[in-house]
Design a protein around this ligand. Sequence first.
Ligand code: NAE
Length: 254
Amino acid sequence: MALTNKNIIFVAGLGGIGLDTSRELVKRDLKNLVILDRIDNPAAIAELKAINPKVTVTFYPYDVTAPLTETTKLLKTIFAQLKTVDVLINGAGILDDHQIERTIAVNFTGLVNTTTAILDFWDKRKGGPGGVICNIGSVTGFNAIYQVPVYSASKAAVVSFTQSIAKLANVTGVTAFTVNPGITKTTLVHKFNSWLDVETRVAEKLLEHPTQTTLACAQNFVKAIELNKNGAIWKLDLGTLEPIEWTKHWDSGI
Ligand code: NAE
């Protein structure tokens, strides 16, 4: 999918991976980039606007743990302004296995709710035009960092949920795929709590191994969006972009 003239909503478009990905996106001559994030960063928004004046960049504060009705209200405002939305990126995430409920609320429930809310506008059964959902999972959704089992499981849930949404594309008209970064140098992995403090040096140990920059991750992130493959599970590790083959162990048969 050529991104020229497209309208994109980016949840968490101002984070470490998010901001570099936003920078890459605006280079593609989008029509609109609507950034939803928990905390505004006017300097970052101004910088994105300056990169390419052809692209309209707007910001709305959004906490993904908001009730579904509030999300729907916000999307109504955005759809009224843009008329159409081509891509929704869900990227909100926290890494702190001391905060069990919040990890699941931000990393998983928030993503499910935002997806559910946009279906109201996109679902072809309601006369909608369909759309594309790009969810940020993680390599820890494939194989856990077992010292952070709650975070890892929340990311496995993102991968699983997105696979179902992709398979429902013939019903809803909405396609979906995940981008799953490996360890990427952001504040998220700088220092974090393991579950029940099973490993106190988890961040330090992790960062002894090779990592990637947010720029390398962002460039492959945008490539994955351009490839726009329904059901794809992209691994974005160490500066590479690779499709993952999911092993089938069972089939519902329906
Ligand atoms: P970051 O902390 O810089 O960005 C997190 C983003 O989520 C910020 O924009 C923040 O405002 C937003 N956010 C947090 N809570 C929110 C809420 N309640 N409502 C709305 N937005 C909220 O970290 P990052 O590394 O840029 O992470 C971005 C995404 O990439 C996250 O989903 C993260 O899980 C995922 N990710 C990061 C890495 C990594 O190594 N940095 C990896 C994979 C996936 C590898 C690991 O899983 C450790």
